[in-house]
Design a protein. Structure first.
Length: 338
């Protein structure tokens, strides 16, 4: 014997709740327009029947899918987690779903993922930073896909963005480091090729170094992917150099965590033997021992603002926006006066 199941419809919900189909639709899409008692009755019917709104019908009627795509460089560490969580929470409150991809810092993969999300009907995209082929921007422009860039702020660029000035922010930290007497500075940077955030942070350190009268030839720099083990390896290489640095400035907190881990393994005392700084102020930073001096990035504010502004672009209620967020230096115990 074969048992058949019928998919519940909007009409079924309306009959079960004793209301019109229009009222059911308002409860699902504009709940503020119906009374609480009516909404409760409708939602009880929805739950009892196992009804799910017809996504395709809604999308066709509204000429949008209520889906946003986000492509981040990595899911392997916490750099983007807090901001993306706030982005998703805000989108949910605005009635949008989120699809997330990771490009592994590969521009060709990001371009492929952008086309895939557009093909799936994404109403808008969140991308990280500015650095990508102009052909990608041309493609998005021709398709009319609103796009928001985050984690970076370059007001001279024509693209909508919510972020911060990586170069200026790291410059402030480098100035602080030098003002504390450090003259033997070394850097563990992310790979700058194709990454405007890493490039900006490295240039911020160089700006400070030169402005304080030092020669760039005396500033050791190691570029490496953002992984803890890479930070550890780079730390050991720098400490085995001809002149041990008094401070190692890292392009983010992940690299700094690796550097501090290897320092302990090698018997170095932080900050008495060598100081370490980071960038981002991810949750890990304050739990390291000693706690990490770093640049605090307002990740959650950035995620919330990016979501609201991107939806405004989709709705047509705003044009290109450039929102700069403030960062701050968080002085903790990994940086000592010389």
């Amino acid at each position: 014997m074969t048992t058949s199941f019928s998919i519940p419809t909007l009409d079924d919900v309306a009959r079960a709740a004793g209301v019109s189909t229009a009222t059911v639709s308002r409860c699902l899409n504009a709940e503020q327009k119906v009374s609480k008692d009516t909404r409760d009755r409708v939602m009880e019917a929805v739950d009892a029947l196992g009804y799910t709104p017809n996504f395709n019908a809604r999308a066709m009627a509204a000429k949008r899918t209520y889906t946003i795509g986000a492509i981040i460089p990595t899911m392997e560490n916490a750099i983007f987690a807090r901001g993306l969580q706030a982005f998703q929470e805000t989108l949910h409150g605005l009635g949008y779903n989120l699809l997330v991809s990771s490009s592994a810092y590969r521009p060709e993969l990001e371009a492929e993922q952008i086309r895939g999300l557009v093909a799936r009907g994404a109403d808008g995209l969140l991308l990280i930073g500015y650095e990508r082929e102009q052909s990608v921007y041309d493609y998005l422009g021709k398709r009319g896909i609103p796009t928001m860039l985050a984690w970076s702020y370059l007001p001279d660029r024509p693209h909508a963005s919510v972020g911060f000035d990586n170069r200026a922010s790291m410059r402030v930290l480098a100035d602080r480091v030098i003002s504390m007497g450090h003259r033997r500075v070394a850097v563990i940077s992310g790979i700058v090729d194709g990454n405007d955030r890493a490039e900006g942070r490295l240039n911020g350190i160089k700006d400070s170094w030169v402005a304080n009268g030092f020669d760039l030839a005396d500033l050791p720099v190691i570029e490496t992917p953002y992984e803890i083990e890479n930070g550890a390896t780079a730390f050991e290489t720098l400490m085995n150099g001809t002149q041990k640095p008094s401070v190692i400035m890292c392009g983010n907190d992940v690299l700094a965590a690796g550097a501090m881990t290897r320092a302990k393994e090698l018997g170095y005392d932080i900050p008495n033997d060598v100081s370490v700084t980071g960038f981002d102020d991810i949750e890990l930073a304050k739990h390291l021992h000693p706690s990490l001096t770093t640049v605090h990035v307002p990740h959650r504010e950035m995620g919330r603002t990016a979501a609201r502004e991107l939806v405004n672009l989709i709705d047509g209620s705003s044009t290109t926006v450039h929102r700069q967020l403030n960062v701050s230096i968080i002085m903790r115990n990994s940086l000592a006066q010389v």
